[in-house]
Unconditional design. Structure first.
Length: 360
């Protein structure tokens, strides 16, 4: 199979070093304003790396137009849920505000791709609302450099630790904040700590999100929520939850009945490069797509060292942290013949292809 037919979805959870779950007992939420913000320069390093990778093909010219992104006062428009909630992804309805095949559609966030970056990898940045509130210019820069902006919630509280009402407020608050900053709809959500279940997915859908990317099938981490996914009906790694809501699971490696954590994060930092790349190539051959995740603090060897936390937490946080960016650059270079797509971009292509097939 031609590597150009493989899709790689790079995703980044934009949170800072003091906001990770493992440090919560040492760094409570009330102390966050006193902590050094280091996320901006780390996100810049990631953006610069993505800009430096020249792909063999351009996937962005398929379904998106070349319009300048709305910034500043021009980005003040607020967005609402699709007017056709029963099927907001129907590409055959020209009046549908979320029609992914209409290049003039102003509600398509991928319309904001910068032409100068059209042959560089595109990624999805799940941004914590607490940071977006303090660094709105960083959110706009991510958007202006051609990437998808999505939500990581507001203050990184695990979903299952919140009441339904508190979670709904968090989902809506972070979504509205990011939409006000970017002037574009926010379609995607990733739960802190991958802490989702079926009830939580229903709440996420109910607050106007089109997709979630929080399910991690690796069962040895007790924080990860568990859900049962039905077949994906040929949609690659995309799973349909309802007529208007989809799940992008973190991609893991399955060997027999064993699930190995291969989606990124600390596992990416721990597993040797050649072995990790071999696993990714195996996943691509079997599934045709691969979803990778990383945090900006994972490339920051200069971050403050936190004491007073259990040794396993310290190991998981700091292991090989000085090598992460070079390791990522090496992986992207080896896979540059593949298509690098943002989640929303991949979703719209899959749904449009399915609708075209059904209409034949």
């Amino acid at each position: 199979m031609n590597p150009m037919n493989y899709s790689i979805l790079l995703t980044f959870d934009v949170e800072d070093w003091f906001q990770v779950e493992n440090f919560k007992k040492c760094i409570p939420f009330s102390s966050w304003p006193k902590c050094e913000l280091r996320v901006e320069k780390n996100v810049h390093r990631i953006l610069d790396l993505l800009d430096s990778i020249k792909l063999s093909n351009s996937t962005d010219s398929k379904n998106v137009s070349r319009e300048a992104p709305a910034c500043g006062r021009q980005a003040s428009r607020r967005w609402s849920k699709p007017t056709n909630p029963s099927n907001p992804m129907n590409p055959t309805n020209p009046s549908n505000p979320t029609n992914p095949t209409n290049p003039s559609n102003p509600t398509n966030p991928m319309n904001s791709i910068n032409p100068s970056n059209s042959i560089n990898p595109k990624a999805t940045f799940f941004i914590l609302g607490w940071l977006a509130e303090r660094l709105p210019h960083l959110v706009r820069e991510i958007q202006a450099r051609g990437h998808e902006v999505a939500s990581h919630g507001y203050d990184h509280v695990l979903c299952r630790e919140q009441s339904a009402e508190d979670l709904k407020n968090d989902l809506l608050k972070s979504k509205k904040l990011l939409e006000d900053i970017t002037g574009a709809p926010i379609y995607g959500y990733r739960a802190p700590g991958f802490s989702v279940n079926r009830n939580i997915l229903s709440l996420i859908e109910g607050e106007g999100y089109l997709y979630d990317s929080s399910f991690n099938s690796f069962r040895l981490n007790k924080r990860y929520g568990q859900i049962e996914l039905n077949g994906n009906n040929g949609n690659g790694i995309l799973h349909k939850i309802s007529d208007s809501f989809y799940e992008f699971p973190i991609t893991n490696l399955k060997i027999g009945k064993q699930i190995l954590p291969w989606g990124g994060g600390g596992y990416f930092r721990l597993i040797p490069s050649f072995l990790f790349r071999y696993g990714v190539q195996s996943i691509l051959k079997n599934q045709g797509a691969y979803l990778f995740y990383l945090h900006p603090w994972e490339i920051d060897s200069g971050q403050p060292r936190v004491t007073g936390v259990p040794v396993p937490y310290r190991f998981r946080h700091y292991i090989n942290i000085s090598k992460t960016l070079d390791k990522l650059a090496h992986l992207l270079e080896k896979l540059k013949n593949c298509q690098f797509q943002a989640c929303y971009q991949y979703l719209t292509e899959k749904i449009a292809a399915l609708n075209n097939l059904l209409s034949q």
